[in-house]
Design a protein around this ligand. Structure first.
Ligand code: URA
Length: 210
């Protein structure tokens, strides 16, 4: 099976984890991606936000949520009253997965990670959460929800609620608030309503931070 486990150093700090993740060959996604996009933010962050995987811009720049979805997220966090300085941003999968549309030249189209790739990358997310021990984890979308809560997670049913992660799972019994992925706001027919829903869910997380 694919797994990042042999690449993850034990008893490491975030900087050491990040350096090790740059050389991860735990699944095939490293072959086509430009680089590993590890999480960004403070080791003592109070809230960790987990996305799906880096997008085109993140792959180019090496930082999570710097593209269009990141702009939506930044605005929503601000509106919900979550301080970016107290937040750590990461993804369930650390490499960009994409395909080329033949007629469209160099344009790279995002592809969702497979379940095998998602579980292969799990040890990185688990190591980040173990080090940071945030007060709240926000799962952004179905992929992050599955990574944190297992395959039965349903974003439409569970968004905006406070859930407890499995003691043996990557969240180690921590509090999880799921919501939609910010890129779903950009694809929605009613963007304003989708955005307001994202903000409302983030406020649930903000309240837990007090
Ligand atoms: N979408 C994600 O899930 N993560 C990013 O970092 C950017 C876009």
């Amino acid at each position: 099976a694919y797994t990042a486990a042999p690449f993850v150093p034990h008893h490491a700090d975030l900087g050491t984890l990040r350096e090790a993740a740059a050389g991860c060959h735990g699944c095939p996604l490293h072959r086509d991606a430009t680089r590993t996009v590890f999480g960004a933010g403070d080791a003592d962050a109070r809230v960790v936000l987990v996305g799906e995987e880096p997008g085109d811009q993140e792959d180019r720049q090496g930082k999570p949520f710097v593209g269009p979805a990141g702009k939506v997220l930044d605005r929503a966090l601000d509106e919900a009253g979550i301080d970016p300085d107290e937040s750590y941003l990461t993804n369930a999968v650390k490499h960009f997965k994409f395909t080329h549309v033949p007629a469209r030249g160099k344009r790279r189209i995002h592809k969702p990670p497979s379940l095998r790739e998602l579980s292969a990358c799990g040890p990185w997310l688990e190591a980040e959460l173990e080090l940071i021990e945030p007060e709240v984890i926000v799962a952004l979308g179905a992929t992050a929800g599955r990574a944190l809560l297992g395959p039965s997670f349903r974003v439409t049913k569970q968004r905006g609620t406070r859930l407890e992660g499995d003691a043996s799972g990557p969240a180690h019994g921590g509090l999880i608030v799921p919501t939609i992925h910010p890129s779903a706001v950009l694809r929605a027919d009613d963007r304003e309503a989708a955005y307001e829903g994202l903000v409302a869910d983030l406020r649930v997380a903000a309240e837990l931070l007090g």
